[in-house]
Unconditional design. Structure first.
Length: 324
């Protein structure tokens, strides 16, 4: 997979040198093959160094990578079986939210996640991962179904945000999101949410009220996209890297602030470089948290969930000014 992000240019240059040598095919000399091996080791070394200290904006770029695994990819790689459920029973079926009953190492779960699509046709059908109200109502229907049959709920978050079209507002976009927040806060079954890419605004929060919030290490979760925040604060979207740093939206920052319960490690170079390894790490983390949560009595589970969200944020009284 090409190194196509801005900060990966030094590694991309090494990759081009490797490809130039490899194009010689059978005409490659022994010293050419030795040089290729040396360059490949250097690519791995530089990639590890780059991804060991990503800036907040670089992490945003990795989270948005077009080849990053999506909900459908994780379902294929992690689940023994999956039966997709469609429609909200009110308006229609929104493909930007996919969900259904899955088997995870023999455990029946209700799995719900954002889906952006892989090629341009699928992306258009999925509205680029920005759900309509019927998508959130479908998610709500599946979650109440899970509660009825005592199945844990697992959600995958990966969206810029809920779609902002006029027809969406007319069909009750804000009401659909608000209803999800209310129901998830009271849902009498364990909920584990994982940010697998972008976690944008209320569109992400609508399936993010959970007992455990996991984040892949190169993801972000924010009240607004960095570009939107930069436009509001500095009236210039080019300040997005500064906004990303100021808002502390990356997974490590959110873990340090207590908003994220656990980081899920990614393969060297990001989840888009090795879907199978990324899925294996996520599956192990989900099993660990589901094992813990399913042992907790429902009443205690709900009390913990309530306390978890009540304790988010810190209020500090302003320090009175002193007169010298």
């Amino acid at each position: 997979m090409p190194y196509d992000l801005d900060f990966e240019r030094p590694v991309a240059e090494l990759e081009r040198r490797i490809q130039t040598l490899q194009r010689r095919g059978e005409r490659m000399r022994p010293d050419d093959r030795a040089q290729v091996a040396t360059l490949e080791r250097e690519v791995q070394r530089q990639t590890r160094e780059l991804y060991r200290s990503l800036s907040p904006w670089q992490r945003v770029q990795v989270a948005r990578h077009r080849h990053r695994p999506q909900t459908s990819d994780y379902i294929r790689l992690m689940c023994d079986d999956f039966f997709e459920l469609h429609g909200d029973r009110r308006f229609g079926d929104d493909r930007s939210i996919m969900g259904g009953i899955a088997s995870l190492d023999g455990r029946a779960i209700m799995l719900i996640g954002h889906q952006k699509g892989h090629d341009i046709k699928e992306r258009q059908e999925c509205n680029f991962g920005m759900p309509h109200p019927e998508g959130y109502r479908k998610a709500l229907r599946l979650m109440t179904h899970a509660e009825r049959f005592h199945m844990p709920v697992v959600t995958f978050i990966d969206t810029q945000g809920a779609f902002l079209g006029l027809e969406d507002e007319q069909r009750g976009q804000s009401q659909a999101i608000a209803e999800n927040l209310l129901v998830m806060a009271r849902l009498r079954t364990p909920i584990v949410a994982t940010v697998i890419g972008e976690g944008g605004s209320g569109g992400a929060l609508a399936i993010g009220v959970a007992d455990s919030l996991l984040m892949l290490e190169n993801t972000f979760y924010s009240v607004a996209a960095p570009e939107a925040a930069a436009t509001i604060l500095w009236r210039d979207a080019s300040f997005a890297p500064d906004a990303a740093a100021a808002m502390k939206i990356g997974a490590p920052d959110l873990r340090d602030m207590g908003l994220c319960d656990a980081l899920v490690p990614e393969p060297v170079g990001g989840a888009h470089r090795d879907h199978e390894m990324a899925a294996a790490h996520l599956k192990a983390a989900l099993n660990e948290h589901l094992d813990e949560l399913t042992r907790v009595p429902t009443a205690i589970l709900l009390d913990r969930r309530y306390a978890k969200f009540r304790n988010i944020g810190v209020y500090a009284r302003p320090v009175p000014a002193t007169v010298d």
